[in-house]
Design a protein around this ligand. Structure first.
Ligand code: AMP
Ligand code: MG
Length: 272
């Protein structure tokens, strides 16, 4: 997943074996969902265009398609070919050629993904699914589930900006989580939820004095121009992760309607 995962457990018992299993679960999800690993399940799907998929891939794809439908396509996991061009731009510090962006966009489109039972089919060649906006939250939540079932409910899993919080430490009302949004710092006390932050503070590139974020607007094929920091607190970590990226992309006017569909989730959005 290209990220550091930290696990915190509060227990009088030795949690080492359970923590190992939780990390193994994250590695398993990474082998399935990573678009960086050539042999991942998702990359096999992209090459073969049709597979009988694992539960992990099906769950994350279904959740992604749900959020896509709720956001008029602002959250779009088929943007992989376009995202790869912008990743390349981050490395080379040269903007993608407009023609290359248009060619890549021809290989995207949510309507080109079909799910029937366990079968996932991609309807055109050269597609690339990218679960970078949702997989870390899912993985953190799954690791937390392992810890819970192994008898360590008072646990916290942090996959960089994506947190999965279990029961609070003994005698505490919640986990103390510091949220940094530009100059704004707040401490939250939360439990049994996911907290995800999407912002341009870590991943961006500056080309000709212009700052480009790692989140792409599917309508323009360009990185979102605004400098935002979006934190979402939701009952499920996968939802918190999907929503932070989606709210980052969506125009301000569309955000209340999306949040209205998730009354248990709340968002803190700051603009630089
Ligand atoms: P996050 O840090 O959770 O906001 O996720 C950012 C990642 O989501 C990026 O690095 C891309 O892999 C992916 N991504 C970028 N733009 C979009 C988009 N419009 N819809 C879905 N995923 C995206
Ligand atoms: Mg996200």
């Amino acid at each position: 997943m290209g990220t550091v995962v930290r696990i915190t457990v509060d227990s009088p018992d030795d949690p080492v074996a359970a923590i190992r299993d939780a990390f193994a679960r994250i590695a398993e999800i990474d082998r399935r969902l990573s678009d960086y690993k050539p042999d991942s399940e998702v990359n096999r799907l992209c090459r073969r265009r049709s597979i009988l998929a694992s539960d992990d891939l099906l769950r994350v794809l279904r959740a992604s398609l749900d959020i896509a439908a709720e956001s008029a396509g602002a959250f779009d996991v088929t943007l992989g070919p376009v995202i790869r061009l912008w990743r390349e731009a981050r490395r080379t510090r040269r903007l993608p050629e407009p023609a290359a962006l248009i060619e890549a966009a021809d290989r995207t489109g949510l309507a080109n993904v079909q799910v029937r039972g366990r079968e996932i089919a991609l309807l055109i060649p050269g597609m690339q699914l990218d679960f970078g906006g949702i997989a870390k939250g899912y993985a953190a939540g799954e690791a937390l589930n392992i810890l819970r079932t192994r008898g360590f409910p008072r646990s916290l899993v942090a996959a960089s900006g994506d947190l999965a919080l279990g029961d609070p430490p003994d005698g505490e009302p919640g986990w103390r989580v510091e949220i940094r949004q530009f100059d704004d710092r707040r401490v939250l006390m939360e439990k049994n939820c996911g907290i995800s932050t999407s912002g341009d503070t870590e991943q961006f590139v500056e080309i000709d004095g212009h700052r480009y974020s790692h989140i792409i607007d599917p309508h323009t094929l360009q990185p979102v121009a605004e400098r935002l920091s979006v934190t979402v607190i939701a009952p499920e970590p996968i939802l918190a992760d999907a929503l932070d990226t989606t709210l980052y992309v969506m125009p301000e006017a569309g955000r209340p309607a999306l949040l209205g569909k998730h009354p248990d989730a709340r968002a803190e959005i700051r603009r630089l």
